[in-house]
Design a protein around this ligand. Structure first.
Ligand SMILES: [Zn+2]
Ligand SMILES: [Zn+2]
Length: 382
């Protein structure tokens, strides 16, 4: 587990010390044996995804700068069009600065809540990462390799050529994408999932810090998927290549990061970045996520994918918006009232889960009759 924590991490020493003192390091080394490489890579990927400053994070200075440079190019080529105001409507920008960093977005209460939730998430994520590293990843790894050996015998020891490495990258992305879609689908379509995930959707403006905006109890749910997905792909190819995956995994994380980096920041940025329609039918453009954040009924539960549009198409949840379609961000007004301040966003999910478990109908302040949760389809079941 020596390489688990990024060298730039401010928590590195604390966590290393915790791992040794708690016995997790000793246990995981014993369980992982020769395959500890894969788990290290999983941990590194998860860790990088949440920390600013690390190369794989969409919050690294390099990627934030790239986002601003690309948005500057959009400003020139689109003659100032394609950026949205705090209501998710196309609005004319009177200067480049107004186009890139509009005051009404970055001083919005929602943007301040993003910061509070982000700091909490950042504090909690290493804990989830470490927990999964010690449990889920080794479990998936041992069982996957065990099943492959049982079914097909010893590793074929395939030479990891470029083509094989690309295939490995592709398989990883497709597995991770599938797991993301279904995790996200369940967050939207179950009552408890939605009570928690509303925190992400209560963002009334989109900033790069909206991406990690989640309630801290959603952390394990989002960390579990990648931990399983990356480990599953890694284990299959560890068997194919007879354990020699170190170089491949670096390359593989590179591909995933590249696709995600292109997408990551623009998914939660007020400047819309769309692909041509034919491409959006296959890959999620960042602008498709603007629709996902809209509280208009026609946009509910659409574009749930991360990298590809394959699952959205199969499940009928794809929505290709018109060029300058309005996407007012946030929750439907009644729900928004319960998820506005930092305190609301931390407390309301617990209150909602408690209500759902006691099977009490949803009521809103000032309304005597129970109602369905606004902003969702009526056929929800927990
Ligand atoms: Zn969502
Ligand atoms: Zn989002």
């Amino acid at each position: 587990m020596a390489d688990v924590i990024s060298p730039k991490s401010p928590f590195k020493e604390d966590i290393q010390q915790y791992l040794v003192e708690s016995g997790i390091k000793e246990k995981s080394d014993a369980i992982l044996g020769p395959f500890s490489d894969i788990s290290n890579q999983v941990a590194e990927a998860l860790w990088n995804a949440v920390l600013p400053g690390s190369p794989g994070s969409s919050l690294s200075w390099e990627l934030l700068t790239l986002t601003l440079l690309m948005a500057t190019a959009f400003w020139f080529f689109r003659k100032g069009r394609g950026s949205k105001d705090a209501g998710g409507r196309e609005r004319p920008a009177n200067s480049l600065l107004h186009y890139l960093l509009p005051r009404e977005i970055y001083t919005h209460q929602s943007a301040r809540v993003d910061i509070g939730l982000y700091l909490l998430d950042r504090g909690m994520m290493p804990i989830w990462t470490v927990l999964f590293l010690g449990s889920v990843a080794p479990f998936v790894e041992r069982n996957t390799i065990g099943v492959l050996q049982w079914a097909f015998g010893a590793s074929p020891g395939v030479e990891p050529t470029i083509a094989w490495r690309l295939l490995y990258g592709l398989v990883t992305v497709l597995i991770a994408d599938m797991i993301f879609y279904w995790t996200h689908y369940m967050m939207h379509k179950t009552q408890i999932g939605w009570a928690i995930h509303k925190v992400h959707h209560s963002a009334q403006v989109l900033t790069p810090l909206t991406r990690p905006r989640e309630h801290f109890i959603a952390g394990p749910v989002w960390a579990l998927g990648p931990a399983i997905g990356i480990t599953l792909a890694g284990s299959i190819f560890a068997w194919v290549f007879n354990g020699d995956i170190t170089r491949i995994t670096v390359w593989n994380v590179g591909i995933f990061s590249l696709l995600y980096a292109l997408n990551g920041n623009f998914r939660h940025y007020h400047v819309s970045f769309r692909y041509p329609r034919w491409l959006e039918l296959w890959l999620q453009s960042p602008g498709m996520h603007h629709t996902h954040h809209s509280y208009l009924e026609k946009h509910w539960d659409t574009n749930l994918g991360l990298v590809t549009s394959i699952w959205d198409r199969m499940m009928g949840t794809i929505y290709i918006a018109d060029k300058y379609e309005e996407t007012p961000w946030g929750l439907a007004p009644k729900d928004q009232a319960e998820y506005t301040s930092l305190r609301d966003n931390l407390v309301t999910p617990f209150r909602e889960i408690f209500r759902i478990l006691r099977k009490k109908p949803k009521t809103y302040p000032g309304s005597a009759t129970p109602e369905l949760a606004a902003g969702k389809t009526p056929d929800l079941s927990a």
